[in-house]
Design a protein around this ligand. Sequence first.
Ligand code: FAD
Length: 370
Amino acid sequence: MLSYWEKSTLRHFDLVVVGGGIVGHFTALFYAQKNPTHRVAILERGLFPSGASTKNAGFACFGSISELEHDVVSIGKEATAVLVMKRYNGLKLLRETLGDEAIDYREVGGYEMCFELPNQERIDFFNDLLEPHLGARPYTIEPPEGYEFSTKVTRLIKNALEGTVDTGKMMAALQQKVAQAGVLTFTQSSVEELENTKKGKVVHIHNPNGTVAFYTRQVALCTNAFSRKFLTDEELEPGRGLVLVSKPHPAFHWEGSFHYHDGYNYFRTIDGRLLLGGGRHLDKPGETTLEPGVNSTIEKALKEDIASLIAPGVAVEIDYMWSGVMAFGSSKQPVIKRIDNHLVAGIRLGGMGVAIGAQVGLDLANEMCL
Ligand SMILES: Cc1cc2nc3c(=O)[nH]c(=O)nc-3n(C[C@H](O)[C@H](O)[C@H](O)COP(=O)(O)OP(=O)(O)OC[C@H]3O[C@@H](n4cnc5c(N)ncnc54)[C@H](O)[C@@H]3O)c2cc1C
C-alpha cells in the first residue's frame, strides 16, 4: 500500500530511464546535467544491471584490423572510418566524464593475434584510412615477445590507442555520478508496460512489493537486447557472451587487450588472473538468446584455447564464469531515435558498448532536449 507522499511526489518524474546499463546511466546523467531542475529516475529490473554492462570484459577498444576489414566490405571505407571515430570519441567521453583513475583506464594497447605472417599493406591501408581522423597511425606489427603464447602465434598487430577498464569500477563511478546529479535509481523494478497519456507516459513496474505506476513526461528506453517487449518492429537480435576468469597465476603478469578469430575471442589480465571470453561464433543459434547460461561447447573451446594458445603448460584453474547478453542488427550502428512524442530509444549496442555507450547516452539526452 503506497503512502500519500509516495503517491503524490515519489512516483512523478520529468524523465524515466528504463534500463540501468551504461547507456541508461549516461542518458540520465547528461539529461540531468542539461536540466538541473528536472526530476529523473532510472528503473532497472535487476539488483545490478542485468544485461551486458556489468558482465563485459572491460576492453576499451575501437576495432581490430580483421573486424574493420569486414566493415569495409559491408559498409565501405568512409563509413568504417566514421564508425571507428564514433567509438574512439565515445571512449574519450567516457574517460573525460568519469576520469581515468575512477575507471582504472589503462592504455595498454589492443593486440590482434596472427597465426600467419601479417601483410604490411593491410596495416598501411588502415593507418592511411584513420590517420586523418585520429592524427595518429595506430597499427604496428610486433613479435609476440614477453608473453608465453603458443608458437602458433606468429605476430601481433598492435593498436596503440586501445586499452582496458575495470568494468566494476566504471559502473560504480557511473552510479555515483548519476546520484550526484540528483537522479534517483530504483533497482529490482521491472517495467512491464508503457501506457500513453495526454501529457506523457504511465510506466507500470513490477517489483518485489508488487505493481506500481510511475508518471513521467518522457521515457528513454535503454533496454538494449531486451527492447522487443516495447519495440516490436525494431531489427534486434540478442547475442549471449561467455566470460571466464582464472585464479591468480604468476604467468599472468603481462597487460594488454588481445583478440583473435576476427574479434570473436578475446582475453586480458586482471589482478594477476586471466580473463577470456567470446566464442559466440561457435554456436550462434545457441547463443541467440536472452537467457543467462553457460554454453558447454563454448566453455570447452575457450578452455582448450588457454591450453593450446594463450598459456600452454600453465596449470590454469577457472575461478569465475558468467554470461551477459548483447544486442545486434545487420548494421553495427546503434539505434538512437525518437519513437513518439514522449518516448526515445538508445539500443542495439553490439559488442563495443564500453566504447560507444557514453556517446549514445549523450545523443539520446540531446534528442530529448531539442
Ligand atoms: C560477455 C560480454 C563481454 C563484453 N565485452 C565488452 C568489452 O570488452 N568492451 C566493450 O566495449 N563492450 C563489451 N561488451 C558489450 C557491452 O557490455 C554492451 O554493448 C553494453 O554494456 C550495452 O549497454 P546497454 O546499457 O545498452 O545495455 P545493458 O547493459 O544490457 O543494459 C540494459 C539494461 O536494461 C535492463 N532491463 C531490460 N529490460 C528491462 C525492463 N523491462 N525493466 C527495467 N529494466 C530492464 C537490463 O536488466 C539491463 O541492465 C560485452 C558484452 C558481453 C555480454
